[in-house]
Design a protein around this ligand. Structure first.
Ligand code: ADP
Ligand code: MG
Length: 460
């Protein structure tokens, strides 16, 4: 059998196991960018974007990878990581075992290299499949303009803001895809602000802030998603501010998204906000009925579904708030129809929508929300919340935040530990027990937790 196929299959099986044990965020950040190269005897060769990435994966995920291999392959292969530096040359982390590498992006598109691999650009998101309507027209036009002449326009930075599920990430990714296709920028980086923050914290812990900032200062176009996550993260903001200024000075394109207007981003430095506002700020509004219908039609067509207009109109009329929910309704409808072996008709649609609309709240709570809430209640900065302090007040805040994170997100104990300053999972277990105990024994404390819960749930 072709070895290239073989390694893909082996890696695919390993990933499907890993996926069950790490959060989606972790999976996308640390596993998606890995390219499997070959499997040879007892070794699997994997290509990673840089040394920093390798060290992180090696120190945090070796265990789950070994477990995955034992489980799905029945044996544990040796992991051999390779780092791509430039087209044609590579650095082997274990130099005694060189392997031949072909960069995944060396097929005549943008030149290959170091950064594209980590950029996590999903090919699915393009301008072509972004349905235009009056709610998003301007944002789309500005994004296209930026993709056509990155850095060379008066839209630097471009800031796209709007509610959740309205297509911000889609547009950001579409810019990345377009630029990789038209070759107007070479080093394209897409990263969410929480991944950026997490990377930065790790860089600090590992004394690699210089490498970290160098990495970002070398990009041609930086696509940074969800900058609201920078709120109250002093050090990360500071670092980003310098990177931003450097890129800006060198006429490199910066595109940012936010879930609200920059002027409403509390907890971000004024000097940063004024930089954000110096370019072009565009908003995306919830789509009107016609656009919702057009989006559903497009999705149905992409998935090869034959759905009547009546059904599409019914969904579009009832689900108004965001596009992600529209998609979700379609997917659920599809699942029902195949499970029950019935056609998608109006009756089935009504039933499915009743379930969706009746099962509110449909939103989710993020770790950032929890951390922000706890930080503001205890009057702490994020840095101290996840830092080393053991004073009673900080320790309590930290344990409460860990407890709420466990309750409201589906992150594993291990990942929660990672988000709280790289603590280990037994610390998280201890925190949860401590909070549970205190709830039982201290009614003031119990009321405090209840008020946190109310505030989080009211945001849904
Ligand atoms: P946001 O980042 O604003 O929360 P996303 O970009 O993740 O939202 O969009 C949510 C989903 O809706 C994605 O699957 C995206 O492809 C889809 N979507 C949003 N707007 C449109 C649109 N105008 N046309 C097609 N798909 C869209
Ligand atoms: Mg998004």
């Amino acid at each position: 059998m072709n070895e290239a196929l073989d390694v893909k299959e082996v890696w695919g099986r390993i990933l499907s196991y890993v996926r069950k044990f790490v959060s989606e965020q972790t999976y996308n950040t640390w596993f998606v960018p890995i390219t499997p190269i070959a499997v040879n005897g007892e070794t699997i060769y994997l290509q990673v974007p840089n040394r920093f990435f390798y060290e992180w994966v090696d120190s945090h995920f070796r265990e789950v990878l070994n477990r995955a291999m034992a489980e799905v392959l029945g044996r544990v292969l040796k992991l051999n990581f390779t780092i791509v530096l430039d087209e044609g040359s590579q650095e082997d982390v274990f130099p005694e075992q060189p392997v031949q590498i072909k960069s995944p992006l060396s097929d005549g598109t943008a030149s290959s290299g170091y950064f594209e691999n980590i950029s996590q650009i999903n090919e699915y998101y393009t301008f072509d499949n972004f349905v235009e309507g009056s709610s998003n027209q301007f944002a789309k036009a500005a994004s296209i303009a930026v993709a056509n002449s990155p850095g060379n326009n008066s839209f630097n930075p471009l800031v796209i803001y709007g509610g959740t599920g309205l297509g911000k990430t889609h547009l950001l990714q579409a810019i990345g895809n377009e630029v990789l296709k038209n070759g107007r920028a070479r080093r394209v980086v897409y990263i969410s602000s929480d991944a950026f923050t997490l990377d930065f914290i790790t860089a600090v812990q590992q004394n690699k802030v210089n490498e970290f900032s160098q990495h970002y200062r070398n990009v041609d176009i930086l696509l940074l998603d969800d900058i609201q996550f920078f709120q109250n993260k002093e050090q990360t903001q500071e670092q980003f501010f310098h990177i931003f200024n450097d890129l800006y000075r060198h006429r490199k394109q910066i595109v940012l998204t936010s879930d609200r207007q920059p002027s409403e981003l509390n907890g971000l430095h004024d000097r940063m906000l004024s930089r954000f506002q110096s370019g072009l700020v565009v908003d995306i509004q919830p789509p009107d009925l016609e656009t919702r219908i057009a989006i559903l039609q497009k999705k149905a067509e992409e998935d090869g579904l034959d759905i009547s207009f009546e059904v599409i109109e019914f969904i579009a009329t009832n689900i108004k708030s965001n596009v992600r929910e529209l998609e979700g309704a379609l997917i659920r409808l599809l699942a029902y129809s195949s499970l029950l072996r019935v056609d998608i008709n109006l009756e089935l649609t009504q039933r499915v929508l009743r379930e969706i609309l009746g099962s509110k709240p449909g939103g989710s709570i993020s770790i950032e929300q929890i951390q922000n809430l706890v930080c503001s209640a205890y009057k702490l900065t994020l840095d101290s919340l996840i830092g080393k302090s053991r004073t009673k007040e900080v320790a309590e805040a930290r344990m409460v935040a860990m407890y709420l994170t466990r309750e409201y997100t589906d992150l594993s104990l291990k990942t929660i530990g990672l988000y709280y300053g790289g603590r280990d999972h037994s610390t998280v277990v201890h925190a949860i027990k401590w909070v549970e105990n205190n709830i039982k024994n201290d009614s003031n404390f119990a009321r405090r937790i209840l008020s946190f819960r109310n505030r989080l749930e009211s945001s849904l």
